[in-house]
Design a protein around this ligand. Structure first.
Ligand code: ARG
Length: 589
């Protein structure tokens, strides 16, 4: 995030600026600061600079130290090792910097990007007439967090839910509905997603049985595909019923996930139907795609099958049908040309990585992607059961997403209920908090491991009060809110003149890094780094409580106010950080 207003400069940035100005090569050399255990920061850049200037690093380090102007920022600086600088900041600098953040509302001193771009993010893409599975959960949770994080940095974000709503399988479904018009529940209760899914399931199974056993039905189904592709109105009307019914179900799951999905952002595979022919024509005319055994294909030097033969991306099949690749290529054209994207982000299972590699390379050859317009797959790993195998029920069937979320909420509610009496929660609050804790636990478990890794779905661990869980963070937040309520007339106020205890300094220095962490998270599409930051923040808070009393009669009023100031800023940082991950922070827990 370039062009940072002074208010938002982190302590690290202020120190880097001061050191850079004192270096002989001012303005060009980087002091290479990092947090350190020995002091607040260590500068390693002197070594490289001394090498460049052919000087002695320790001598150079001493010169830099001497050249630093006296001021409020640095308390102590010493040369160590071969020529490192260990720097301790003043307590005043820490509190003054944090006070500026605290005065900056929800943004907490994090400046929006100077030159935001447009990112189209493809996430939460279930398939019509099919049950959602844990993979769809991951895409939704990770994608939603990335949307919030990117928007917070100032990026212009366009959401696209590329649902699977097109393809030959609809021939069978639609034909069945033509022949059994009353089988699909319709016009029912909009809120009843489970009923919608079970009626879709019924139709799916019944039509499959017919399709596999009745040659004539099979033939009629094939004709139905042709009618669908030709845009026959009656066929489309039946197709629409499947889409509408599925959306009732999708929305019920997204609702359970406490996630906002807007209808205009659902642009499924069918939305690109009118572009497919043109996409293929352009690819063929430009020579990017070639005819091979009747199909229109794109070849790659580095994509080969086990037999050593090249495996092409098939954009048009031998029978003239278009597949997944043609749709994705058309979607790229639409997103670049019409939505004016300069970044395309795909939150999709790592098992589709080869597909996207080939699609992106094809789009580059066609000129749709280039140095100014980039595509990236935020690939995620498989969800495993406690046993380390792909997540299944005890009976070996796939786990229904609703059941899983319901169970998480149920367990979380039990955890909340245990403490409810002490906190004085009403039944209504127990239910609401149980939902926020349960859904938060599922989201956090997903977001706190690096996306590309497989992760174990373990509800016991997820709702545990100890360790790296959302519940731990939610309790940290609620505890601060409780202290602030108990503080009575004492109000949070920054007192830069006070000396800080070690735990206060550690908490303060960590708080100051929020913006820098967000920048890294947004740039690398790594929400787990935000989760890790928040977990460390809560851990610093725990140490702080151990070592520093907030509301103690023995504390002078300024110390109480300054500590209230620190914990309040911690609460706001936790709240904002969790919100960016899609997780609620109840006031009382
Ligand atoms: N519907 C697909 C599935 O369930 C995911 C779609 C991913 N997005 C895309 N543009 N291909 O696997």
């Amino acid at each position: 995030m370039a062009s940072v207003p002074s208010l938002a400069s982190t302590l690290q940035q202020q120190l880097a600026d001061a050191l850079t100005a004192a270096l002989p090569d001012a303005g060009t050399a980087d002091p290479l600061l990092r947090r350190s255990d020995r002091a607040d920061f260590q500068a390693n850049g002197i070594l490289a600079l001394a090498k460049k200037l052919k000087g002695n690093p320790r001598e150079l380090a001493s010169q830099v130290t001497a050249a630093l102007p006296a001021g409020d920022l640095i308390k102590d600086i010493e040369v160590s090792g071969p020529g490192f600088l260990n720097v301790t900041l003043t307590d005043r600098a820490i509190i003054t910097t944090l006070a500026a953040r605290a005065a900056d509302g929800d943004r907490l001193g994090v400046p929006p990007k100077a030159a935001p771009g447009t990112t189209v993010i493809d996430y939460a893409q279930p398939n019509v007439a099919k049950e959602m599975h844990v993979g769809h959960l991951r895409s939704a949770v990770i994608g939603d967090a990335m949307v919030q994080i990117l928007e917070f940095t100032g990026e212009n974000v366009v959401r696209r839910h590329h649902i699977g709503d097109w393809g030959t399988q609809f021939g069978m479904l639609i034909q069945y509905l033509f022949e059994h018009p009353d089988e699909l529940r319709h016009g029912g209760d909009q809120a009843d997603g489970e009923a919608a899914m079970s009626s879709l399931n019924r139709v799916y199974k019944a039509s499959r049985v017919l399709f596999d056993s009745d040659e004539e039905f099979k033939a009629r189904s094939r004709d139905r595909v042709v009618a669908l592709q030709a845009g026959d109105p009656e066929t489309l009307a039946h197709w629409q019923r499947f889409v509408d019914e599925s959306k009732i179900y999708f929305y019920s799951v997204f609702d359970k996930l406490d996630m906002e999905i807007d209808d205009p952002d659902i642009v499924g595979e069918s939305g690109y139907n009118d572009m497919l022919e043109e996409t293929c024509r352009i690819l063929e005319e430009t020579g990017v795609a070639v005819r091979s055994e009747g199909a229109l294909c794109v070849f790659f030097d580095d994509v080969k099958g086990p037999d050593g033969n090249p495996v092409p991306l098939i954009v048009k099949k031998t029978n003239g049908g278009y597949g997944y690749a043609a749709t994705d290529l058309s979607a790229i054209r639409d997103r670049v040309r019409n939505l004016k994207a300069d970044t395309l982000l795909y939150v999709v299972d790592a098992r589709q990585s080869l597909h996207f590699k080939m699609v992106f390379e094809t789009a580059r050859r066609a000129g749709w992607l280039n140095d100014d317009v980039k595509a990236h797959q935020l690939a995620f790993g498989t969800v495993l059961g406690k046993d380390g195998k792909p997540f299944k029920t005890r009976e070996g069937t796939t786990v229904r997403l609703e059941d899983l979320l319901d169970e998480a909420v149920e367990r979380a509610t039990a955890v909340v209920r245990e403490k409810a009496e002490k906190v004085g929660l009403s039944e209504e609050e127990i239910v609401e908090n149980g939902r926020y804790v349960g859904v938060g636990a599922v989201k956090y478990a997903d977001l706190s491991t690096s996306a590309v890794r497989d992760y174990k779905f373990d509800l016991d661990q997820m709702v545990s009060l100890n360790g790296d869980t959302s519940v731990y963070l939610q309790y940290a937040y609620a505890r601060i809110r409780s202290i602030l309520r108990k503080a009575g007339d004492a109000k949070p106020a920054a007192h830069p003149e006070l000396d800080l205890a070690p735990a206060e300094r550690a908490l303060g220095l960590h708080l100051d890094q929020f913006g820098a962490v967000l920048e890294e998270v947004a740039e690398g599409y790594e929400p787990h780094k935000l989760a890790a930051y928040l977990y460390q923040l809560a851990s610093h808070l725990t140490t702080f409580y151990d070592q520093c009393q907030v509301l103690s009669d023995e504390n002078p009023a300024e110390v109480v106010e300054n500590r209230l100031f620190l914990v309040e800023l911690t609460a706001r940082t936790l709240h904002q950080g969790m919100k960016l991950l899609g997780i609620r922070t109840p006031e009382r827990l």
